[in-house]
Write a protein that binds this ligand. Structure first.
Ligand code: LLP
Length: 432
């Protein structure tokens, strides 16, 4: 049942977020609108942190992957839970800093950090730079030397684990733009280089297997492989690295057909694997970092739209157009991503027809979902997409010069705007 947890249906048959009627929210703030539930975000962070504390002998940290949802209030919530964040650009880093996120808890990613990016990160005291390739390692050494600083780094490893077949495959995953390849021995060359560079302080390793993983096996396997690499580094170079960042990827349910384990259960198994593998090898258990994005925010969010035209094409299909689309949620257009749609004013009603939900962009590919069972729907009705908290606002665009929707946070029966709705002036603000 997708309507559960913080989502409910009230006496009027309306969809609610932590008891607050979404119909009232839409009236107050307009549509399209992102709505997020603060307690759900906080609980997701806390349960994961507790799982780390239970399973990782030397502790660890949740570093929210802010690519999933990046705006100041999100960083404030994450920071106030004692967590850190993963950033993949100086724009995300800037936003995190502006929100007061302590920089020492920030992990800076990316497969193409420019010299200017590296300088910005070092000047601002970012906690760890996750080095992706040899060119970057050398560039970072040069920039750090120039600034008279030492760069604390993690090294990104591509361990070659296929998240979907569970196998440690020898070719497929080598083909990645990210990280140093384990299979070819590149990782050990990179470690040797890093250890020889005077302005580089190699703290540990990083890997990220995949996103939206449903089974624990691939990540457990990755944990075992990565601790094995740390043991091998100690054997070869006499250095015991103390940090292991296992990336993100815990899967979540977008529809009733998805049945992932809760992320914290998954985390506990992975943490136990790290501790056990380290102990078996007589290696000090590393400090474990995870970088979940989707599992922290996806279910906390929903998007409210207003239905416009309903176009019925007999024996073909019915298009239900809404006042948003690929501009606020490009995930169907990009990945045919599945979502659950609900009519907030008739949340308990049985479906009577199957429709295609189309966006407002001047483009046939602007669909939000196909084959959606809905109760009778007409112009003016509200329509909600559930689980849109991850990779929706952060991937939104101004295509067709649509202003981006506002983000409203629900907490303790109250609502507040955390990202203002864009205006037409905002859309044209950089035009000369
Ligand atoms: N860490 C690293 C290094 C990553 O590359 C990613 C995701 C994460 C953490 C967070 O993964 P998560 O826990 O959110 O699965 N735009 C796509 C998702 C791209 C994810 C890329 N990296 C989508 O809309 O599904």
């Amino acid at each position: 049942m997708m309507i559960s947890g913080h989502l409910g249906v009230n006496f009027a048959g309306h969809l609610t977020v932590s008891g607050v009627d979404t119909v009232d929210i839409a009236k107050e703030y307009g549509t399209p609108l992102y709505v997020m539930d603060e307690q759900t975000i906080r609980e997701n962070l806390r349960s994961l942190k507790e799982a780390i504390d239970r399973s990782c002998k030397n502790g660890g940290r949740v570093a929210f992957a802010s690519k999933a949802c990046s705006f100041k209030e999100m960083y404030r919530i994450v920071a106030s839970e004692g967590c850190g964040t993963d950033v993949v650009s100086c724009g995300e880093m800037y936003t995190a800093m502006q929100a007061g996120m302590p920089l020492d808890r920030v992990y800076f990613h990316g497969n193409n950090k420019t010299d200017a990016d590296l300088r910005y990160a070092l000047e601002n005291g970012v906690g760890r730079i996750v080095v992706d390739n040899f060119d970057e390692l050398r560039a970072l050494e040069a920039v750090a030397a120039e600034l008279g600083k030492t760069a604390a780094i993690l090294m990104r490893v591509t361990p070659g684990i296929d998240a979907h077949t569970h196998s440690f495959i020898r070719t497929g995953q080598i083909d990645s733009k990210f990280g140093f390849t384990l299979e070819t021995g590149e990782v050990y060359e990179a470690v040797e280089t890093a250890l020889s560079l005077p302005h580089i302080d190699l703290k540990g390793l990083h890997c990220h297997v995949a996103s939206q993983i449903f089974d624990e096996e691939p990540m457990i396997h990755a944990a075992e492989v990565m601790v094995g690499v740390m043991v091998e580094i100690k054997n070869r170079f006499g250095r015991a690295l103390s940090e292991l960042n296992l990336g993100g990827g815990f899967g979540i349910a977008y529809t009733d057909e998805d049945h992932p384990k809760p992320a914290h259960e998954y985390m506990e198994l992975v943490g136990n694997a790290v501790t056990k593998t380290a102990e078996n090898n007589d290696f000090p258990t590393p400090f474990v970092i995870v970088e979940p994005g989707r599992s922290i925010v996806a279910a906390a969010g929903l998007t409210l739209y207003t239905v416009g035209g309903v176009k019925r094409i007999p024996n073909v299909r019915t298009y239900v157009s809404v006042d948003g689309g690929m501009t606020d949620n490009p995930r169907y257009a990009l990945y045919q991503a599945a979502y659950t749609a609900v009519l907030p004013e008739k949340a308990a009603a049985e479906p009577t027809e199957t429709v295609t939900i189309s966006g407002h962009c001047c483009e046939s590919g602007d669909l939000l979902q196909e084959n959606v069972p809905l109760p009778a729907v007409k112009r003016g009705d509200l329509l909600a997409f559930l689980t849109t908290g991850a990779y929706n606002y952060s991937m939104s665009s101004n295509y067709n010069r649509y202003p981006k929707p506002a983000v409203v946070m629900v907490n303790d029966g109250e609502t507040r705007v955390v990202v203002r709705r864009e205006t037409f002036e905002d859309v044209a603000r950089n035009d000369i």
